[in-house]
Design a protein around this ligand. Sequence first.
Ligand code: NOJ
Length: 754
Amino acid sequence: MKKLFLLTVIMALWCCSDKTGEADNMKIFVDELMRKMTLEEKIGQLNLPTVGFDVTGPILSSDVEAKIKAGLVGGVFNTFTPTAVRKLQEIAVNETRLHIPLIFGYDVIHGHRTIFPIPLGISATWDTDLIEKVAVSVADEATADGLHWTFSPMVDIARDPRWGRVSEGAGEDPFLGSAIAKAMVKGYEQGDLSNPNTLMSCIKHFALYGAAEAGRDYNTVDMSKIRMYNEYLPPYKAAVDAGASSVMTSFNEVDGIPATGNKWLLNDLLRLQWGFEGFVVTDYTAIMEMENHGVGNSEQVTERSINAGVDMDMVSEYMLKYLPALVKSGKIPEKQIDSACRRILEAKYKLGLFSDPFRGLSEERADTHIMSDEKLDLCREAAEKSFVLLKNENQVLPLNKNQKIAFIGPLIKDQRNLIGNWSGAGDWKRAESIWSALVEKFGTAHFDYALGCNLIDDSCLMKKLNQNGGQLTIDPLSPQQLINQALQIARNADVIVAALGEPFGMSGEAASRSDISLPENQKTLLKALKNTGKPIVLLLMNGRPLCLQWENDNLDAILETWYPGTKAGEAIVNTIFGIANPSGKLSISFPRNVGQIPIYYNHKNTGRPMQEEQKYTSKYLDVSNDPLYPFGYGLSYSDFEYADLSLSDSILSENGRITASVTLTNKGAVEATETVQLYIRDLAGSITRPVKELKGFQQVSLQPGESKNVAFTIDTELLKFYNAALKYVCEPGDFHVFIGGNSATKAHVGFTLK
Ligand code: NOJ
């Protein structure tokens, strides 16, 4: 132990400020350490068991403490708090032969203790500065609780809202998804993992996990390389370029080979083409699951994974079990193990764990940094900015505190659902309900409350959700009695606010749905409320786009709040009473019905684009092709006018640039923020091109009546795509430029690339 520290100090003294010097120091250090390691100890570094709280699969690891002592563990996950981390780290550094510290990982997905809006919600802010700030804050809090590594961001493009994990990502678009991926990695790692407030990020799930057939979790993915490169891979690449230090393999297959054993994916693409220098960890038991995929027995799948480029085995312990014999029999060269072990040790070195294995650990830091006022404030701001106003007929919103308002629904007083799924370390009891925020802000003189219905009535579904901590209950009153109570207060009110949605367990991992509407009993309540003739505001909480055709046709206002997190109550109350003005924009299309799925704005034109009057064109007989709410859509309490769309030139030369601009005016009576979106269509290419693609966005805040010129620079870089030979090129020809407040915007101007 002492020797190791001495060596580290010497290394630190040698350390030059430039990157090469740092890299050299790291190499010398790791070389020296690896020279002392046995094969078993090297393989031990590749082992990532789970110890502790929550899991998403079977717990296979046993005797973790004994394994740590024997040098057979590289890192652990699902353990945090200074006390718990210190306990295991002390074993690693004091009771093992080589004193190598452990890495502590956890699914810090949208906050650690302070829970921010779910990723799909925060992506609706389109505010990458805010997202980066949130990641910085999350990193500070998680590291104060002993963690080094988060399994985030999830950057999987998702176009199928049946898939429960759409809640964990940034939606359907590669451009927006890339910008958000980059912001999160930058925020977590801040370019310097030796700073104890930074958290190592992990890009997941590599790759294409969001394209599971039929939206069913863990299902097969099959996709052309053209689609992969142009539509699904960009966010992973953006995160690698932003410096992400680790990558998690996905459960699905890619081109017929499970990602965890896919050499093309992990080696040729990730390492050789993209230059990724960090380490690759599998998803939970993904090596073992390759047996079910049908690509070999336990030894064979282990061999496939290490040969493909996997460095760390999450939970299956197949590497620990099978690699020693595979190396001894000559099936796997030891240098393969060395490369993987080196990458793990390098990550530990970069985290500063060799100089301080107790990096950032102190009860005092935990006490002052966890759930600090500053973090809670950021949490409220992020929640407010994530809300998307889907409908607001006759400006029923914002409400006036002097109105008589009936607050109805199981989510008005709820706390557990507010923090959503993947909020493992979050304490839902600290989440602020809508009702308590109302009471705090205004008292309740004008407000009535009724439960109205249970969150769900379906006992079979409830049982499944409760098995995983759903905490769903059935009220002793019958559904009709609950509705009657609600009607009683509704009839006396000027306006009804109904808070409804999915229980949090209905989205997230292993939470695919084939019917993505509101639960039936909630719809029954809404229909009964509709009969009162009173204006109705629907506050939604859900982890995916829902089918809301009836709600859109029959209710006056709809505010999508996702799962807003710890400060849900205040953020919602501020928004519905106009203290905050909604500015969120959808990062994923909301379909009219499930039959339209997959539905996304950047589709191809086809040879027979939809024409209403023409039978033999690409459309449905029973529903339009358009989504109910398109990508990029979201209203405000103000109205924005877009005018004077123009280009600085109608010709773009190869190394030139032109400017597209528009005049944006706030026509409403309140200050508001608009996300101005730039879309481009490439009219003809060597391969077919989407009908439009997001290529830029800017957020503009305007006072009532104020106008601003909003300009975007267009250069050839922006027009590039992967052609049939998978070369990243732009091709001469004609382009259309659209600037508007959502992806359905039609007005355009054109230019030619010479
Ligand atoms: C399985 C999930 O797919 C992944 O996203 C998560 O990080 C791991 N379990 C660890 O909990």
